[in-house]
Every structure is written in C-alpha cells, then in structure tokens.
Design a protein around this ligand. Structure first.
Ligand code: ZN
Length: 130
C-alpha cells in the first residue's frame, strides 16, 4: 500500500498494486487533475477522485467516485495498457498474464520466477521435511 497526494484538495489516495504500473497511475491521475481544473468553477462541482486503485485478476483497476461523459473510456484505455507492463518492475519484455495456483498476475519472466520462489518458500513446497 502506498499513498499518493490527490491533484486537488488534500485527500490522500492509496493504491494496492506493484510499482511497475506507477506511470499508468500517474497518467490516470493527470487526466483527473485536468478534469478538475477545467470544471472546478461549474455549479455544484464535485471533485473527481479515485476511490480505489488496485490490481484485480492480474490487471490494473481504477475506480472513480463518479464518471463524467467519456471518462470510462479513458480509464479503460489505461487499464488495458497495464496488460503490457509487468506489475512489479514495469518492463514490457517477456511480460504476460501468468497463473500461479489460481492467482492471475501480469509478470515478466524474472518477476514470475521470484513469485514462484516466494510461493514455494511460504508453503514449503519442495521441502524435504514433511
Ligand atoms: Zn518484472
């Protein structure tokens, strides 16, 4: 869990995913910040903000407090782009959707190997003792 300061106001936002997607999150936040700056003088303006940013089913999920016209498309475009980048290190090389014991994750070869190792250590897979 990390926190990012929102573009408008002083509310803090949190994201629950690897640092490999930080550029995508920054891009999404930039869109939201621009929207808020453009509309902040509108009557009954409510600042647009992220209510949740997380990894789900192996890809980036961005949730806003509400969706002005055209905003869903823009967020979906960024979510889909997360398929190209390793969630942990951000590389595009060898990155693809992997499955490890029913967990879906977008990983490059190196990060996936580390994930398997972590899993095996945690659950003592391959341990000589039983
Ligand atoms: Zn990686």
């Amino acid at each position: 869990m990390k926190d990012l300061v929102a573009g408008i106001g002083h509310s803090k936002e949190y994201y629950a995913c690897g640092d490999g997607w930080i550029q995508l999150i920054k891009r999404a936040k930039h869109i939201v910040r621009k929207y808020n700056l453009k509309h902040k003088r509108d009557t009954n303006f409510e600042p647009l903000e992220f209510v949740d940013i997380k990894e789900k089913f192996g890809y980036l999920n961005l949730y806003l407090n509400y969706y002005p016209k055209g905003m869903i498309k823009r967020m979906l475009r960024i979510e889909h782009a997360s398929f190209d980048y390793c969630e942990i290190c951000g590389t595009k090389k060898t990155t693809k959707m992997r499955e490890l014991h029913h967990w879906y994750m977008n990983r490059c070869d190196k990060c996936y190997k580390e994930e398997i190792q972590k899993y095996n250590e945690r659950f003592n897979v391959g341990s000589k003792e039983s």
